[in-house]
Design a protein around this ligand. Structure first.
Ligand SMILES: [Zn+2]
Length: 141
């Protein structure tokens, strides 16, 4: 990430703005997926933040040749592009799951991490069996 560091030194205001937007986006994505874990509708404000940043990014994507065909890529020219890429990825998680709820919040004590539940049953409880899962089983025992 030396490129980002150099960019931040050369353009401190744009870097600061991107950092603020990244924090806002992070909180919005977390809010969306916590709602999803609780089987609640997405809060409007959080959805709008993710939607707006992803929409801006989609307009700048270019169709590029990849090993297995073509892909939409977002050229990364400054830190705001990186923020936009996270918004696009969050939207892809929302739209690319065939109606299945994939995002869950870990049920481990003092954890709170979100994870992709790709288990066959779709009922995974912990971010990691090795950490939170083991702690929960030891506590129960
Ligand atoms: Zn956990």
């Amino acid at each position: 990430m030396a490129g980002l560091s150099a960019f931040a030194k050369a353009h401190p205001r744009r870097a600061e703005a991107s950092l603020k937007e990244a924090v806002i986006l992070r909180e919005a994505i977390y809010t969306l997926f916590l709602s999803e874990d609780a089987c609640q509708p997405y809060p409007h404000q959080a959805f709008e933040i993710v939607h707006d940043i992803a929409t801006r990014a989609r307009a700048r994507q270019v169709l590029s040749k990849a090993e297995d065909g073509f892909r939409w890529l977002l050229p990364l020219k400054d830190p705001s592009d990186l923020v936009a890429l996270f918004a696009v990825s969050a939207v892809e998680l929302i739209t690319g799951r065939n109606g299945r709820r994939l995002i869950r919040q870990c049920k481990g004590d003092n954890c709170g991490w979100l994870f992709l539940d790709t288990s066959k049953s779709g009922r995974r409880l912990w971010c990691s069996e090795a950490t939170c899962g083991t702690h929960a089983r030891v506590k129960r025992f």
